[in-house]
Design a protein around this ligand. Structure first.
Ligand SMILES: Cc1ncc(COP(=O)(O)O)c(C=O)c1O
Length: 417
């Protein structure tokens, strides 16, 4: 395994090739801080090959893409992994893997012994949703704003084991945080065992009051699983401040790590009782490694998480979050008062970050999606609630320019007129 010096070198080299300032690595400080807050987002943008595509990518909510330095490092890791049997590579990389977990643990305010690398949020959530011991008639609370995949898992347990699904109905454009907490509270009965909670919703990018719901749930003896698919490396938070029991995220979304990388957190005291989705050696029952018995996979991809964390250090999360919020605010401010345009997101700083959604009254989301792709060369995501009119989700990233956003605003203006 190449050491960190080489990796830092690669990342700095790619910045240098883009004409950026070469700033020496200094532990605990982002390049932004070292550079007196003078971060040039154009230079960061140029690190992402996707930023020069003809079609502007506004669907980072589905997945991020790697910057050049992370791609290069991953290629090197793949080469190394293919120069030896895969599990030998894993053995050789064990220390590096452990260091990466330690860095993430410190970002999230937990211990590395409470973290497992999984392939994505779906796999992380499923370990808990399918592995938590429940008996017939036990209740699991979810809501209409959750992502469908974890709901499918609950549905399967309803069908196979007779547990009960209780779905809270939220109206994110109307409900206050207090009303949201109250809605979950009202759904709790003496049979409730778990609440599935989404930190940032997939349709509108709405941030739910996780800590408040966790406090309320725990006061009522109920555990909480947080779907943090959109949270890590997007909005500042810690698991310790949430106080949740379980948490899963994808690292290929907002961290821009290699695709197929994710993270599962289980509070130490809860690890023994969760049956892993892929069964493991019984002697690992008290260890998070029991969730990593998934057979042979690309260990190189897991090692690619390290370079992605280093790339994040260039900007630091505080500056990245501020920038993403500014990008969202830029386009939403320009379209929110247009006739026939309706925003489907609360765009305030405490309730959202990069993601926001809109609808053009009288036009179907599918038609807008096609027109934007073909006519304006803009790639968005169509979304919506079952039985209701669909809308369009816009997720810019740090590779998005203000010119890209002007194109989006023009397209919305023309189409809504
Ligand atoms: C809120 C939410 N949860 C879970 C997922 C699943 O993520 P992944 O495909 O990385 O498992 C998504 C995907 O977009 C999501 O938006």
């Amino acid at each position: 395994m190449k050491d960190n010096t080489r990796r830092t070198f690669l990342i700095q080299l790619s910045l240098l090739s883009a004409g950026a300032l070469l700033v020496p690595s200094c532990k605990g400080k982002s390049m932004n801080e070292l550079n007196g807050g003078k971060l040039d987002w154009n230079e960061i943008r140029e690190q992402f090959p996707i930023s020069s595509n003809e079609i502007v990518q506004f669907n980072s909510g589905s997945s991020g893409t790697m910057p050049i330095a992370v791609q290069k490092e991953l290629m090197e890791l793949i080469k190394t992994m293919n120069a030896m049997p895969p599990y030998e590579a894993l053995d050789m990389w064990e220390n590096e893997r452990s260091r990466t977990k330690e860095r993430i643990a410190s970002m999230l305010g937990v211990t590395k012994e409470e973290l497992a690398f999984v392939r994505n949020t779906t796999e992380g959530l499923n370990n808990v949703l399918m592995g938590l011991p429940l008996k017939k008639d036990d209740e699991v609370i979810c809501s209409n704003v959750d992502y469908p995949y974890p709901i499918y898992s609950i549905n399967q347990r309803v069908e196979r084991e007779g547990i009960q699904k209780v779905e809270v109905q939220l109206d994110l454009m109307q409900n206050s945080n207090e009303e949201i907490v109250e809605a979950y509270k009202n759904a709790i009965t003496d049979k409730t065992k778990l609440i599935l909670l989404t930190h940032m919703t997939h349709r509108e990018g709405h941030i739910l009051p996780i800590s408040k719901i966790c406090d309320m749930a725990h006061a009522n003896g109920v555990e909480v699983l947080v779907d943090a698919a959109h949270s890590f490396a997007h909005v500042e938070h810690t698991i310790s401040e949430f106080g949740c029991d379980y948490y899963a995220t994808s690292l290929h979304k907002w961290l821009n790590a290699p695709h197929g990388t994710g993270l599962l957190y289980v509070a130490k005291s809860k690890i023994p009782k969760i049956f892993p989705l892929s069964p493991s050696d019984k002697k690992q029952n008290d260890n998070m490694v029991k969730f990593e018995y998934i057979g042979t996979r690309s260990f190189a991809h897991e090692l690619g998480i390290g370079p992605a964390l280093e790339f994040l250090e260039i900007t630091g999360l505080t500056a990245k979050q501020e920038h993403l919020h500014a990008l969202k605010k830029y386009w939403t401010d320009k379209v929110k008062n247009l006739k026939n345009v309706q925003l489907h997101s609360n765009t305030s700083q405490d309730k959202s970050c990069a993601i926001a959604s809109f609808q053009i009254i009288g036009k179907s989301a599918g038609a807008i999606l096609n027109q934007f792709e073909k006519e304006f060369k803009l790639h968005l995501k169509a979304t919506g609630y079952k039985g209701e009119v669909g809308f369009l989700r816009v997720s810019p990233n740090i590779f998005t320019s203000y010119n890209n956003l002007d194109r989006l605003v023009d397209a919305i203006r023309i189409t809504s007129n």
